[in-house]
Ligand binder design. Structure first.
Ligand code: PRP
Length: 183
């Protein structure tokens, strides 16, 4: 589904599928320069990162294992605490591994901040972050993000894995959701 198919639900398109894929190729080339072959593990954060992981991993010119985490905050009102609950843990041991966390978006930064500490505590050799989108104005904690696709305004965005009430994840482009949809 393209933004034009649901134009009434959207205001501004922030990144088209073509722009996203071009950016993923650029970052994949950089990552391939930065890591030795066979040294890297990609960890995707469900569910939003599914699309990024699928396209980014295939853009890499090297073999790379993939694992997944699913996390959620401990309940309404506590999100700002940054305490998260593991709903699905990694299947692999990341001790002594070079981990690249693949995220669709950094909003407050709380999820990643927690994940970075958690992975460091498991003895990873290194832990870096690739986020396709980042909202600098929404940051509550600073997260060092080695690879960033696009910095975007602090708006409600959907598409390419990003949802509103589980909808819009299968939109190929990323766009601002029109206020009439959620108000
Ligand atoms: C989104 C996104 C990040 C997190 C970022 O996931 O995929 O994991 O929020 O927000 P933060 O920087 O404020 O912590 P969400 O909890 O919406 O789950 P989903 O990926 O299943 O949609």
């Amino acid at each position: 589904m393209r933004a034009a198919d649901i134009a009434n639900d959207l205001t501004t398109v922030l990144a088209t599928e073509e722009e996203i894929l071009a950016k993923l190729n650029e970052i994949a080339a950089q990552v391939a320069k930065d890591y030795e072959p066979d040294s890297l593990v990609l960890v995707g954060v469900l569910k939003g990162a599914v699309m990024v992981m699928a396209d980014f991993s295939r853009a890499l010119p090297m073999l790379v294992p993939m694992d997944w985490m699913a996390v959620s905050s401990y309940g309404a009102g506590t999100r700002s605490s940054g305490v998260v609950q593991i709903r699905k843990d990694l299947d692999t041991d990341i001790h002594d591994k070079h981990v690249l966390i693949v995220e669709d978006i950094i909003d407050s930064g709380l999820t990643l901040s927690w994940l970075l500490e958690n992975f460091a505590a498991r003895g990873a050799a290194s832990v870096e972050v690739f986020a396709l989108f980042r909202k600098p104005e929404a940051a509550k904690v600073e997260v060092h993000c080695r690879y960033v696709g696009f910095d975007i305004p602090n708006e409600f965005v959907v598409g390419y894995g990003l949802d509103y009430a589980e909808r819009y994840r299968n939109l190929r482009d990323v766009a601002v959701l029109a206020p009439h949809v959620y108000s």
